[in-house]
Design a protein around this ligand. Structure first.
Ligand code: ZN
Length: 231
């Protein structure tokens, strides 16, 4: 780690109570970042009918996710989960039914390096204090899966094919409402693979809830490198 990066990482570690997006001393989001968060949307993802995203993979949302995921700011699970709470209300089952959140799995080595699975932590923060929302972890990635950075859509699909496994004992009750949850959707390869694996286990998924929409949009001006680390 270079000195500059180390310095930034230490600042991140010693300054709790800062804005999740920019680090200003306002918790959990400063007004400037809130204004730039944008609106939730339903991006078109081939092969995945319903994807509900908090916002684009850009600006303060992207910054907050990177701090949370890659720079050890595990405490940002709460402000990020708070952003998912609004979209969750759109798709959650009415009381007293229980809606199950199923985190898209990370590679075990990546999760270890990050001090735990960041999507699981996000789901737990989202379900905290809500008896109508629970977390189940039937999806696991086997060790052979490579990091998805730099792979195209076909390579990502091949990378995941057959490497996702479903643990039947960890599945939600039969017929329960199930939401897939992930941090970033780019090509949709991860969500497609998760849906297929769950379908083979007899579990249907209506909606995938994601934090960041990093799908390509023809009509949108390029926002810079969108090399999202999907897993
Ligand atoms: Zn801010």
């Amino acid at each position: 780690m270079r000195a500059l990066e180390l310095g930034a990482a230490l600042v991140d570690l010693v300054l709790p109570g800062d804005c999740a997006g920019c680090g200003d001393p306002v918790q959990p989001w400063c007004p400037r970042c809130v204004a730039r968060l944008g609106e939730p949307s339903w991006p078109a993802v081939p092969g995945v009918p319903g994807v509900l995203a908090v916002g684009r993979y850009a600006g303060p949302l992207r910054a907050a996710l990177l701090r949370y995921k890659e720079r050890g700011r595990r405490d940002l699970a709460r402000p990020l989960a708070a952003l998912l709470a609004g979209p969750l209300e759109e798709v959650v089952q009415p009381h007293p039914a229980v809606t199950w959140l199923l985190p898209a799995p990370s590679r075990p080595a990546a999760a270890r390096a990050r001090g735990g699975d960041h999507v699981v932590r996000l789901c737990r923060a989202l379900a905290a204090g809500r008896p109508d929302v629970r977390v189940a972890r039937p999806l696991r990635l086997m060790r052979r899966a490579r990091d998805s950075v730099g792979l195209d859509a076909v390579q990502r699909a091949q990378n995941l094919a057959g490497r996702l496994c479903v643990r039947p004992a960890a599945l939600p009750p039969e017929g329960a409402a199930v939401l897939l949850v992930d941090d970033v959707v780019t090509t949709g390869a991860t969500l497609r693979a998760c849906r297929s694996a769950l379908a083979r286990a007899g579990v249907g998924v209506d909606v995938a809830l994601v934090l960041c929409d990093a799908t390509r949009r023809e009509t949108r001006r390029e926002e810079g490198p969108l090399a999202a680390r999907e897993r």
